[in-house]
Design a protein around this ligand. Structure first.
Ligand code: SAM
Length: 248
């Protein structure tokens, strides 16, 4: 049976779940930075987290909103299981959810939050619109995701060679409030590509036809000869109020 793209994405992250946090240094930094934008909320607020992974962002939510009702979700059952093992709070309701296709009976929240997940959506703008319907009137969506300049050094090597890139089409959705370049060190092209696999983030963009082994070796050798020590991750932080998503 052929798996859908979403099933591949979920399986890849699921397989990486046991070692994800060792590899996820960028995601740890992004969760810390996103947490600085968390809004003030009433004690018993309702919060939905999309794509919790192993719970890097969830821990910030629990610390900041100890009395909130947290609904923490992921598309991958293994990632969700890892988060449940890491976080023993009784106040969390756990669930499997494809964040870009929320079911009609999903309730409304004061805050919907997602760190480093929306890049996996097929249609981010459409997803924001659907999620906006599950915000309370004063609710907001807060998110972080990689922007268009992510993976710049690898992308430029492929471009010089005229080869296609399998990296996701990183785009900027509406509502961007901050951005930064985070440089991550990699000991060469092999380390960079292996790292994506260690994270479970190696499903290529939908239209990609993999490089043949010879072209891949050429690209990796050129990357290494350039002496790149870092790869840039362009991180976008966004916030959208319900009224900015659902126009009257
Ligand atoms: C890079 S990890 C980020 C996890 C966590 N938020 C963090 O910052 O470490 C991406 C996560 O999004 C999940 N994911 C991918 N597509 C999703 C979707 N359509 N709906 C919900 N979760 C999704 C993956 O299973 C994975 O756990």
């Amino acid at each position: 049976m052929r798996l859908s793209r979403k099933e591949h994405i979920a399986d890849n992250f699921g397989a990486a779940a046991p070692r994800y946090e060792e590899a996820a240094l960028l995601q740890k930094q992004v969760a810390a930075n996103l947490s600085k934008h968390l809004p003030a909320l009433e004690g018993g607020a309702d919060i939905l987290e999309i794509g919790c992974g192993t719970g890097l962002m969830t821990r910030y939510l629990l610390r900041r909103y100890p009395r909130a009702h947290l609904h923490v979700t992921d598309i991958s059952p293994s990632m969700l299981a890892a988060a449940r093992e890491n976080i023993t709070s009784a106040s969390v309701k756990w669930g499997i959810l494809d964040g870009e296709n929320p079911p009609a009976n999903l309730p409304a929240y004061d805050l919907i939050i997602s760190s480093m997940v929306f890049q996996w959506f097929e249609d981010i703008d459409g997803a924001l619109e659907k999620l906006g319907k599950h915000l309370k009137p004063t609710g907001a969506i807060l998110f972080a995701l990689p922007g268009p300049h992510s993976g710049a050094q690898w992308q430029s090597i492929l471009q010089e060679l005229g080869y296609p890139s399998g990296l996701l089409e990183f785009t900027a959705p509406p509502g961007i409030i901050a951005e930064e370049i985070i440089k991550r060190p990699y000991a060469g092209a092999h380390a960079f590509l292996t790292h994506m696999k260690d994270l479970g983030a190696h499903e290529p963009k939908a239209s990609y036809r993999p490089l043949n082994p010879g072209h891949l070796r050429t690209a990796m050798r050129r990357f290494d000869r350039q002496g790149y020590k870092d790869v840039d991750w362009h991180i976008l932080y966004g916030a959208l109020k319900k009224e900015e998503i659902i126009k009257a």
